[in-house]
Ligand binder design. Structure first.
Ligand code: NAD
Length: 363
């Protein structure tokens, strides 16, 4: 397998965590006889400083010509005074739009060893393994008309979807459910919104193509509650854009730290992979960043762009093993301190690589 991966590390802790993700991917590739080609490009604040724009043309061209893009994070306090249209985040929004991915996958997984870092009780989160599939290019964030009419003192946004937009993201969610526990929960507000009524009808139509998958529908308000009191009962959760934005952040509490969460955006020209967290200026450059979210994002590259399921699973198993052995970055270092060893960003990356080597060589 040969994959060309563009790495846009970005700002703050972005370069620190992506370095570790790339090193882990290189280790897995060398053990499995795969060639991964990495092409580092600038995005965000670092690109504003060096190139005068948050998304340089060469970065965009390289991304469009790649098999996958791995992004660190963009943004920093020194750019906060810029007008919104010139900020680092604009580079990421433009990149996402150009790559065209419409299905945002966000796993929310409870690692047993990290249960003490979650505010939820262990008996509630134990065994939770949810995959959110959030529609990313439609709904309220993109619908027209949209306006804040200051003179009239009125503002409005439009929640708009076409049947095709719903069907294509639903198909991805059903396919993913087929490879998991074969349950799909579709989230809407069909008791109030016409958009949701069409969403539900379309999901039911697509469901007929996947007879092996059980479908249920939940209203978004009820779902917000169920996610906190029975997260274990969900497998794949399919949502429109705004509902998914809110619910997937809510479920971050299950994992205990933002630094643990990976994501992938698929379905467009080129898939975009990024840890969920931002550039964390408060800890940047101090060796405190947790690289596990970025490393788990690397596993998603292998799974969704490389079809390398065994290698992706090996990365995930190594992360679990490292946690089991009591290794933690500072954000995770809660619980019985005598049983924990706190590591820096690079030490944690090295520990995962060491563990993968042992696992893949002895497999
Ligand atoms: P953030 O995710 O950067 O940080 C929130 C908190 O979580 C901070 O206390 C931070 O130290 C901690 N944290 C985040 N990632 C961590 C990790 N890997 N290890 C340990 N701790 C971690 O969110 P924020 O503070 O709201 O935003 C900071 C900047 O990042 C802003 O400029 C924002 O616009 C940008 N941002 C970028 C992205 C992205 O690039 N996708 C996403 C969110 C925010």
């Amino acid at each position: 397998m040969h994959l060309k991966i563009v790495v846009t590390a970005g700002d703050g802790i972005g370069p620190e965590v992506t370095n570790e993700a790339v090193a882990v991917l290189k280790e897995v590739a060398s053990l499995g006889g795969h060639t991964l080609e990495f092409d580092a490009r600038r995005i965000g604040g670092v690109a504003i400083v060096r190139d005068g724009t948050p998304l340089p043309a060469d970065t965009l061209a390289a991304a469009l010509d790649s098999d996958a893009v791995l992004l660190g994070a963009v943004g920093g306090n020194e750019f906060n005074a810029l007008p919104p249209e010139e900020r680092p985040e604009v580079g990421l929004l433009k990149l996402r739009t150009a790559l065209g991915g419409f299905a945002n996958l966000r796993p929310a997984f409870a690692f047993k060893e990290l249960e003490v870092t979650s505010p939820l009780r262990p008996e509630i989160i134990d065994g939770t393994d949810i995959l959110f599939v959030r529609e990313l290019l439609g709904g309220l964030y993109f619908g027209h008309p949209r306006e804040w009419n200051r003179v009239a003192g009125e503002a409005w946004n439009t929640m708009h979807y076409t049947r095709d937009q719903v069907a294509r993201v639903a198909r991805i969610a059903f396919k993913l459910a087929q490879g998991r526990r074969k349950k799909l929960t579709s989230v809407d507000k069909a008791n109030v919104l016409e958009v949701s009524q069409m969403w539900r009808a379309t999901v039911n139509e697509v469901a007929a193509e996947f007879p092996g998958v059980t479908v249920e529908h939940q209203y978004v308000d009820a779902m917000a509650m169920h996610l906190m009191n029975q997260p274990r009962s969900y497998d794949v959760v399919l949502t429109e854009n705004l509902f998914g934005d809110i619910l997937s952040d809510e479920s971050a509490v299950i994992t205990g730290s933002l630094g643990m969460l990976p994501s992938a955006t698929i379905g467009g020209k080129v898939n975009l992979y990024e840890p969920v967290h931002g550039s964390a200026p408060d800890i940047a450059g101090k060796g405190l960043a947790n690289p596990l979210g970025a490393i788990l994002t690397g596993a998603l590259i292998l799974r969704h762009s490389g079809g390398l399921e065994a290698e992706a699973a090996a990365i995930e198993a190594s992360v679990r093993k490292v946690l089991e052995l009591g290794f933690r970055t500072t954000d995770l270092a809660r619980g019985n301190q005598q049983e924990l060893t706190v590591l820096s960003t690079t030490e944690m990356g090295a520990k995962v690589r060491e563990t993968i080597k042992t696992m893949l060589v002895s497999a």
